[in-house]
Structures are given as C-alpha cells and as structure tokens.
Ligand binder design. Structure first.
Ligand SMILES: [Zn+2]
Length: 103
C-alpha cells in the first residue's frame, strides 16, 4: 500500500493544480503543483516497478551460492540420528554409541 502513496498523492496534486489553473491569479501555482504532482506520480511508478522487480525478478533466482549437487564425488552424509533409539551419531561408520545398532 505504501508504494501507491506517491501515485495517489501525485494524482491529488495534479487535480489541485488543475483547479488552480482555472483561476488566472493562481495559474502559476497551478503549473507548479501539477509539475510536482507529475513528479510524485513518476516517483510512485518507479517505486512500484522496483518493488515488483524485487519480488519477481527471475534473474536473481540463480544468484548466491549454488545448491550442492549430490553425486559420485561426494559421499552421502549418513551422520545424524540413530533410527532405533534416536541418539546423535557423529560417524556413519560406527555403530550407535547408545544402543549399538549398526546403520
Ligand atoms: Zn541407537
């Protein structure tokens, strides 16, 4: 909703400036208000576009660390919790230190 604030404010300013334009005495102010309103609308559109790009920009999908791919090069990590008693096992090549069950 905050992104639309600039757009709404800009539209209000343009409407106000148009009203000022109707009277010759305030015509100069009308032009100024319309210009600032257009700037507000433009700023609102830019902020809207940026917030949408941040959400849906697919080019950022593959940035950052690539996912580690499991393959022949890496041994499967079997360290974890014992399936029998649930005790933590640091080494996958030793039996469970608590109940002695082999993995
Ligand atoms: Zn166990």
């Amino acid at each position: 909703m905050r992104q639309y604030l600039g757009l709404i404010a800009g539209c209000v300013l343009v409407a106000m400036g148009t009203a000022f334009l109707l009277s010759p005495a305030t015509r100069v102010y009308g032009v100024m208000v319309i210009v600032s309103g257009i700037v507000g609308v433009w700023y609102g559109i830019v902020t809207l576009r940026q917030s949408r790009q941040d959400k849906y920009d697919l080019s950022k999908l593959f940035e950052g660390d690539p996912m580690p791919e499991g393959g022949e090069e890496t041994l499967p990590d079997k360290s974890g919790y014992c399936s029998v008693c649930g005790a933590f096992i640091a080494s996958p090549y030793k039996p469970c230190p608590k109940c002695g069950a082999a993995l």
